[in-house]
Design a binder for this molecule. Structure first.
Ligand SMILES: [Fe+2]
Ligand SMILES: [Fe+2]
Length: 202
């Protein structure tokens, strides 16, 4: 058992059968089969990729403002608009496939053996609304575009997106002291199939 798992057990007991759907046939006794700490599992890594992109886009918005001086133009250049659209399309594809993987593969599988909360799935609907809002704004943009207007509009939506998404990712990983990942580790014996799902786009 890893020291991270030991620490966790001091605070929260994932082996309590109350978290299991069928503790007789699938008892919570599998943690010893895992050779990596929770922070290193594939699910957390896939969330870290989303966290990085959310942070990167905020940095890009700052750069667009700076470019007003650097490029001597208050309006966006064509290549900048192109880059924003391409980047957004890739991020949207990334986050959408992440949600689909959870909704269609992970969560139904989790629910065969653990009591996994509905909220983590219903959160996706709220996130999709914000994603659609960003998508509409970015897709409909045509030159000329004022840098200040673009940055202030996208920052406003992006901040809402970030405020919703970051707690959601954290909640999936570690509500109540890593509750869900630690329960999953206790109940499922095959980390490869659960946490390194080949359909994840990372
Ligand atoms: Fe999610
Ligand atoms: Fe997730």
């Amino acid at each position: 058992m890893t020291s991270a798992t030991e620490d966790l057990k001091k605070k929260f007991n994932p082996t309590n059968p109350k978290w299991a759907v069928d503790a007789i046939n699938f008892p919570p006794d599998k943690a010893k089969l895992y050779g990596h700490p929770m922070a290193e599992d594939g699910w957390v890594h896939s969330h870290n990729a989303l966290r990085m992109e959310i942070k990167d886009f905020k940095g890009a918005l700052d750069k667009i403002e700076i470019n007003s001086i650097k490029l001597g133009s208050k309006d966006l250049k064509e290549w900048e608009l192109d880059a924003i659209k391409k980047w957004w399309t890739a991020h949207k594809e990334h986050v959408t496939s992440h949600h689909e993987t959870e909704d269609e593969i992970f969560n139904p599988y989790f629910r065969t053996r653990i009591k996994y909360p509905e909220k983590l799935e219903t959160d996706h609907a709220g996130l999709v609304e914000i994603i659609n809002e960003i998508d509409e704004d970015v897709s409909n943009r045509k030159l000329p575009i004022s840098r200040n207007e673009l940055v202030s509009t996208l920052r406003r939506i992006w901040n809402r997106y970030e405020k919703f998404m970051l707690p959601h990712l954290l909640e999936e990983e570690e509500v109540s002291k890593n509750r869900y990942i630690s329960i999953l580790i206790e109940i499922f014996s095959n980390p490869y199939h659960i946490f390194i799902c080949p359909t994840l786009h990372i």
